[in-house]
Write a protein that binds this ligand. Structure first.
Ligand code: NAP
Length: 288
C-alpha cells in the first residue's frame, strides 16, 4: 500500500501560497483577504474555521472572522454577506456549512458576490465549471471551484497519478463534493461513473474502477471487496466515531493491498484548506 500524503503535499503548496502573498504585497502594497462566517456553535465547524483562520495567518493572507448566533435569520446572514461584498479588503467570503437551518443555505450562497465565492458554490461558478471543456481552461480562466474536489485533483496530479483514460468512480453526488469532482475528473479526461445511495451493484462497479473516490459520509463503508489491485483510492469521508476520526474506507481491510490511498486524517482534509487559500488568491487576481 502506498500512502498519498496530503499533509506533505499541502504544506508544500502552502509555502508557494506564502511566497505568492509576499510578491503580491511587494507589487501592490496590499494583502489578499478572506472573510469567514460561522453561524451557530457546531463543534466540527468551529474546528474547521479555526484551521482556516490559522492557515491564513501562516501564509500572510488577511483573515476577517464573523460569528453569528445560532438563531440568526436568513436576513441577518445576507446582511453580513452584503457588507462583505462591498468591503474592498475582502477578496473571498467563506460561509461555513452546514448552517443551523439548512432551508436557507442556497439563498445565502446566492447572496455572495460570485467573484468572492471562494467555495465555488454560487450558481455562476458552478455553471462556469459545468461549461468548461478541459482542466487547462479551468486553470486559465481562474474558475472558482469547490475546495475539496479541487484538492483531490491536486493530490492526484502532485502524486503523479495519471487520470487521462482511467475509469474513475465518484461515490456521492453532493453539490459540495461529488458533482464538482466528477466534472473535474471529466475535464482531466477520465471516464467517470457517478454512484449514490440508489446505485445497484456498487461493489462490482467499484471493482472495475482505476480511481475510486469515496465521498459518502459512512464510516468504513468501502472494504477490500470493492477495490481492485493497483487502484487509487481517495477517501474524502470524515466520520467522527467513539474511537476517533475515520474515513469512508475500512483502512485495516485494505492495508495489505497493492493500492495508493489517502489516509484519514492527513489526506484530503489539509488539501481542502489549502485550496481555500488558492481560491482566495484567484479571487484577488480576478478582482483586478
Ligand atoms: P452528503 O451531502 O451527505 O452526500 C453524501 C452522498 O453519499 C450522497 O450523494 C449519498 O447518496 C451518498 N451515499 C450515502 N450513503 C450511500 C451508500 N450507502 N451508497 C452509496 N452512496 C451513498 O455529504 P458530502 O458533503 O458530500 O460529504 C461526504 C463526506 O465527505 C462526509 O463524510 C464529509 O464529512 C466529508 N467531507 C470531507 C471534506 C474534507 O475536507 N476532507 C470536505 C467535505 C466533506 P444520495 O444522493 O443518493 O443520498
Amino acid at each position: 500500500m502506498k500512502l498519498i500524503d496530503g499533509k506533505k503535499i499541502s504544506n508544500n503548496l502552502r509555502l508557494e501560497v506564502e511566497d505568492r502573498v509576499k510578491k503580491i504585497k511587494q507589487k501592490t502594497g496590499t494583502l489578499p483577504g478572506l472573510a469567514t462566517i460561522l453561524v451557530g456553535q457546531n463543534h466540527a465547524s468551529q474546528i474547521y474555521i479555526k484551521s482556516k483562520i490559522k492557515a491564513c495567518q501562516d501564509t500572510g493572507i488577511q483573515s476577517f472572522h464573523h460569528s453569528l448566533s445560532e438563531n440568526s435569520s436568513k436576513e441577518d446572514i445576507i446582511s453580513l454577506i452584503n457588507k462583505l461584498n462591498k468591503n474592498s479588503e475582502v477578496d473571498g467570503i467563506l460561509l461555513q456549512l452546514p448552517l443551523p437551518n439548512n432551508e436557507y443555505t442556497q439563498n445565502c450562497i446566492n447572496a455572495i458576490n460570485p467573484l468572492k465565492d471562494v467555495d465555488g458554490l454560487h450558481p455562476f461558478n458552478a455553471g462556469l465549471l459545468n461549461l468548461s471543456k478541459s482542466w487547462d481552461e479551468i486553470i486559465k480562466k481562474n474558475i472558482l471551484v469547490s475546495c475539496t474536489p479541487l484538492g483531490v485533483i491536486y493530490l492526484l496530479h502532485k502524486s503523479n497519478i495519471s487520470i487521462e483514460g482511467k475509469t474513475a468512480i465518484v461515490i456521492g453526488r453532493s453539490n459540495l463534493v461529488g458533482k464538482p469532482l466528477s466534472i473535474l475528473l471529466l475535464a482531466n479526461n477520465a471516464t467517470v461513473i457517478m454512484a449514490h445511495s440508489k446505485t445497484k451493484n456498487l461493489k462490482k462497479i467499484c471493482k472495475s474502477a482505476d480511481i475510486i473516490i469515496a465521498a459518502i459520509g459512512v464510516s468504513k463503508f468501502l472494504n477490500k471487496n470493492f477495490i481492485k489491485e493497483g487502484a487509487t483510492v481517495i477517501d474524502v469521508g470524515i466520520n467522527r466515531t467513539p474511537s476517533g476520526l475515520c474515513g469512508d474506507v475500512d483502512f485495516d481491510s485494505v492495508k495489505n493491498m497493492n493500492i495508493a490511498i489517502t489516509p484519514v486524517p492527513g489526506g484530503v482534509g489539509p488539501m481542502t484548506i489549502t485550496m481555500l487559500l488558492e481560491n482566495t488568491l484567484k479571487a484577488f487576481k480576478n478582482k483586478r
